[in-house]
Ligand binder design. Structure first.
Ligand SMILES: Cc1ncc(COP(=O)(O)O)c(C=O)c1O
Length: 504
C-alpha cells in the first residue's frame, strides 16, 4: 500500500483526463491475447455494467484542500492506495463514487468489511430508526437491541459457542480472546501463523506476523509464531491440497484423500511445539483463510490436526473469522472472533465462546467496554444478519464467487506473471510472480502499476501478502455475474497492458 504525497509523478489532473479518454477506447473481449491489444492500442477499457443510482453532487472540500489537511492533521503513516488517492463521496451497494462523480466497482469493500452493500437500504433504515430512538446506554442498563442481536448471532453458531462479548474492532476482539485463553488455561503462550494479521493493538501485535507491522518496540510478550502452511509459496504444496475449486500449479503424487504437504507442515508445527513453547500453552489463533497475507489457504486437514495438538498442550483454539470459515476445516473452535462484515462498515466486533471459558474470564477479571454492544451497533448487526438471510447472500457468494474464481484462474494459463489464483466464495487472491518457475514475487512497482490500471478502468481491488504481491478480491456479497465478468475483463486488460509495458 503505497502513497508518497511529496512525489506525485505527474500533474494531479492528468489521471482524470486520461480516464475520460480511456472511456472512448474500444471494448476488449476477454479472449483476446495481449499481442492483439498492442494492435488495438493501449488502455482498452472494458464496458462497466449499469447502475441505476445517481449520486449527489459533491459539494465539500476540494482535492487540494483535502491533501493539505491530510498532510497537516492526519496520521503520517502511509496507507492510502494509489499515487493520487481517491477522494470518495458516496457509496451504493457494490458501487463507489468519487468527488468528481466517477463510478467504481468496489471489489475490496473497505478492506473486506462492507458485507451486504454500501448504504444498504434496509440496514440504513434500521440505523436511522435506532438513531432517533436511543444511541447509547453502556452495559450498566439493559436494552432490547443487544438481546435481540445476541440471540440472532448465537443461533448461527454451533453448541457450545453461545456466549457473546461485544466490542468495537477486530483488534479489541482478539485482545479479549487472548485474555480469555490465558485466563482459562492459566498459561501464557499463544501461537499464531507467520503471515497472520490479527490486529494492531499492542497486545495483538504479538500475534500479527507480517514484517511491516513489526517494530523496534516492546510488545507481544508470550506470542510464538509458527510456519504458515502456505501451499503455493511455502516449501510444500501440490495439486489438490486446498479446499478450493482452484489448485496450485505445483504437482504432487498424493492420492486425492491424502496430503503429504499437510503431513510435512504438521511435522513443523510439532517441532515448534517441542522446541519453542512451554509444555503448557494458552492457545492458538488462526484465520481460516489468511486475509492480509493474500488469501492464503492451508492444506485440508491441517487445522484439524493442529487443533488436536494445541488442546493436548492445554491450549484453546481461536478462529479469527469470516462467517464461518472454521466449518470448512471441519473444526470446532473454543473461541470465535469476528468484526468487519458483521457491521457492514459500522464499527462493531464480537467474541463468541463457551459458557465454561466465559466463566473462567469472569472469575479472573471484570471485563468492561463502554461502547461495545451499543444499541446502534446491535440494531445494525441484526439488520445485517437479516439481509444476509433474506437476500441469500451466502448462496450468492458461493455461486458468483466460484464463477469468478474459475474465470480468474484462467489468467494463470495466459500470463506467466500470474502465479496462483485461490480462494473460496468471494474471498479471492491472485498472487503475482516474476515467473512461475521461481515463484519470486513480482516487484511492488509492477504490482502497483497493474493496481492503478484496474482503478483507472473503474475496478477497485486490494493488495496483500508479505511482499504486497497478491491482489485481494473481496466484494460485497451482493455482486452479480455481470459485475464479476467486468472485473475479470478489467484484470485481463490491466495484465495485457502490463505485458506490453514490460515488452517495450
Ligand atoms: C483477520 C483479522 N483480524 C483482525 C483484524 C483487526 O481488525 P481491526 O482493524 O478492526 O482492529 C483484521 C483487520 O484487517 C483482520 O483481517
Amino acid at each position: 500500500m503505497t502513497l508518497v504525497w511529496r512525489h506525485l509523478p505527474r500533474p494531479l489532473c492528468l489521471v482524470t483526463s486520461t480516464l475520460r479518454i480511456l472511456e472512448m477506447r474500444p471494448f476488449l473481449s476477454l479472449g483476446a491475447s495481449w499481442k492483439s491489444v498492442t494492435k488495438l492500442g493501449l488502455h482498452t477499457r472494458p464496458k462497466m455494467p449499469p447502475c441505476d443510482f445517481t449520486p449527489e453532487k459533491y459539494q465539500s472540500l476540494g482535492y487540494n484542500r483535502v491533501l493539505e489537511i491530510h498532510k497537516k492533521h492526519l496520521s503520517p503513516v502511509v496507507t492510502a492506495f494509489f499515487q493520487k488517492p481517491l477522494l470518495l463521496h458516496q457509496g451504493h451497494m457494490e458501487w463507489l463514487f468519487d468527488a468528481e462523480g466517477n463510478r467504481y466497482l468496489d471489489f475490496f469493500s473497505g478492506i473486506v468489511t462492507v458485507s451486504v452493500g454500501h448504504c444498504h437500504p434496509k440496514v440504513n433504515a434500521v440505523a436511522q430508526k435506532q438513531l432517533g430512538r436511543l444511541w447509547h446506554t453502556s452495559a450498566i442498563f439493559f436494552h432490547a437491541p443487544i438481546h435481540e442481536y445476541a440471540e440472532k448471532l448465537a443461533a448461527l453458531l454451533p453448541e457450545p459457542l453461545k456466549v457473546i462479548f461485544l466490542v468495537n474492532s477486530g483488534s479489541e476482539a482478539n485482545d479479549l480472546a487472548m485474555l480469555m485463553a490465558r485466563a482459562h488455561s492459566n498459561n501464557i503462550e499463544i501461537i499464531s501463523f507467520r503471515g497472520a494479521y490479527h490486529g494492531c493493538s499492542p497486545y495483538t501485535l504479538g500475534l500479527t506476523n507480517v514484517g511491516t507491522y513489526k517494530m523496534e518496540l516492546p510488545g507481544g510478550i508470550g506470542c510464538q509464531p509458527t510456519m504458515c502452511p502456505d501451499v503455493f509459496r511455502g516449501p510444500w504444496g501440490g495439486s489438490h491440497c486446498r479446499d478450493s475449486p482452484v489448485q496450485t500449479i505445483r504437482k504432487c503424487s498424493c492420492a486425492p484423500d491424502c496430503c503429504q504437504a499437510k503431513d510435512l507442515y504438521i511435522e513443523q508445527f510439532k517441532d515448534m511445539l517441542n522446541t519453542s513453547v512451554a509444555k503448557s500453552i494458552a492457545g492458538f489463533f488462526a484465520e481460516p483463510i489468511q486475509g492480509v497475507n493474500g488469501v492464503v489457504q492451508y492444506p485440508k486437514g491441517f487445522l484439524k490436526e493442529a487443533f488436536e495438538l494445541v488442546r493436548a498442550r492445554g491450549g484453546v483454539c481461536i478462529a479469527d473469522e469470516h462467517f464461518w470459515g472454521f466449518q470448512t476445516h471441519d473444526v470446532l473452535p473454543d473461541i470465535v472472533t469476528m468484526a468487519k462484515g458483521i457491521g457492514n462498515g459500522f464499527p462493531m466486533a464480537a467474541v463468541v465462546t463457551t459458557p465454561e471459558i466465559a466463566k473462567s474470564l469472569a472469575k479472573r477479571l471484570q471485563h468492561f467496554n463502554t461502547f461495545g454492544g451499543n444499541p446502534l451497533a446491535c440494531a445494525v448487526g441484526s439488520a445485517v444478519l437479516e439481509v444476509i438471510k433474506e437476500e441469500n447472500l451466502q448462496g450468492n457468494s458461493q455461486e458468483v464467487g466460484t464463477y469468478m474464481l474459475l474465470k480468474f484462474a484462467k489468467l494463470k494459463d495466459e500470463f506467466e506473471i500470474v502465479g496462483d489464483v485461490r480462494g473460496k466464495g468471494l474471498m479471492i487472491g491472485i498472487e503475482m510472480v516474476q515467473d512461475k518457475k521461481s515463484r519470486q514475487p513480482l516487484p511492488q512497482e509492477e504490482v502497483n502499476k497493474i493496481h492503478e490500471d484496474c482503478k483507472n478502468m473503474g475496478l477497485l481491488v486490494g493488495k496483500g501478502g508479505i511482499f504486497a504481491q497478491t491482489f485481494r478480491i473481496a466484494p460485497p456479497m451482493c455482486i452479480t455475474k455481470l459485475e464479476a465478468d467486468f472485473a475479470v475483463e478489467v484484470f485481463h486488460s490491466a495484465l495485457t497492458q502490463h505485458m506490453e509495458r514490460r515488452a517495450k
